[in-house]
Unconditional design. Structure first.
Length: 251
C-alpha cells in the first residue's frame, strides 16, 4: 500500500530512482567495475573526487569497511564539504578556471591511474576541467552525474561542455534538475534531495563489481574490514602493508 506521508513519498521516489539506475545503468556499472579492476591489476591507483555534497559519495568509497583500500580521496581544499566558512565559498571555488589543473599537478595521480569524478550537475568548471586534465595525463575517468543537466542548463566551463563529455565511462544518476523529489502546496519550494542516496549506491555497485572482477581473475581484492570486529585491525594492517605504495590517505 502506498504511503502518502512526505517520508513515504520520498522513500518511494528514492527507491524508484534506484530501480531505474539498476535497470538502465547496468552496462555502465559493469564497465566501470571492469575499468577499476583493470587499473588495480595493472598496478594503477584509484582516486575519487567530488565537490560540495557530491563529495559525500566520493568520501563514501574511501577508507571504509567493506571497501577497496586503494580508493583515495582527491581533495580540493575548500570544496570537500560544508565545513568551509562561509559555505558559499565552496560553491564559488567550483567555478574557478584552472583550479583543477593545479590540484592534479600537485597530487600523486599519474598516467595509468583511474579517477572517479562525482558532480550532480556536471556543469561547473572544476569537475569538467578535472576530467579533461586527468584524461590528458593518461588517467581513465569515470563520471557520475545527472545527464539531464546537460540539456536543461548552461555549462559554466569555457569549453561549453559538461562532465559527461570528458569521461571514459558515464554513470547517469537520473536525478532531475534541481535535486528535489517532493512538492507540497504548503511549501514554497521543492524539497527532499535524493542525489546522495542514488550516487552513493551507484558507486558502491561499482565497487562490488570491481571486487568480484578481481576475484574472477585470481586476484584477492584489497578490501578493508571493520575495525570494530575482532581481527579487523590486523587484517587492515596486512592490506595497508601490501598496498602501501598505492594508499595515500595514511600520510
Amino acid at each position: 500500500m502506498s504511503d502518502a506521508t512526505p517520508a513515504g513519498r520520498f522513500l518511494d521516489a528514492a527507491i524508484g530512482l534506484l530501480q531505474r539506475v539498476r535497470e538502465e545503468e547496468a552496462d555502465a556499472v559493469a564497465a566501470a567495475g571492469a575499468l577499476l579492476a583493470d587499473t588495480v591489476a595493472d598496478g594503477g591507483r584509484l582516486f575519487a573526487f567530488g565537490a560540495g555534497h557530491s563529495s559525500l559519495a566520493a568520501q563514501d568509497v574511501v577508507y571504509r569497511a567493506g571497501g577497496l583500500a586503494l580508493m583515495n580521496l582527491l581533495a580540493v581544499p575548500g570544496v570537500v564539504g560544508v565545513d568551509v566558512m562561509p559555505a558559499t565559498l565552496g560553491s564559488a571555488l567550483e567555478r574557478v578556471d584552472g583550479l583543477a589543473s593545479a590540484v592534479l599537478a600537485s597530487s600523486p595521480i599519474r598516467s595509468g591511474d583511474a579517477l572517479v569524478v562525482v558532480s550532480l550537475s556536471g556543469r561547473n568548471a572544476l569537475p569538467v576541467e578535472m576530467a579533461m586534465s586527468a584524461r590528458a595525463m593518461g588517467v581513465k575517468v569515470i563520471g557520475v552525474t545527472s545527464v539531464a543537466y546537460a540539456s536543461e542548463t548552461r555549462s559554466r566551463h569555457a569549453s561549453g561542455g559538461y562532465l559527461k563529455d570528458h569521461c571514459d565511462i558515464v554513470l547517469d544518476s537520473k536525478i532531475a534538475v534541481g535535486d528535489a523529489e517532493l512538492t507540497l502546496d504548503t511549501v514554497p519550494a521543492p524539497f527532499a534531495p535524493a542525489s546522495t542516496v542514488v550516487t552513493a549506491a551507484l558507486l558502491q555497485a561499482v565497487m562490488a563489481t570491481t571486487a568480484a572482477a578481481l576475484a574472477d581473475r585470481g586476484i584477492e581484492p584489497p578490501l578493508l574490514r571493520s575495525g570494530n570486529v575482532d581481527g579487523g585491525h590486523e587484517w587492515n594492517g596486512r592490506v595497508m602493508e601490501e598496498y602501501g605504495d598505492r594508499i595515500f590517505y595514511r600520510r
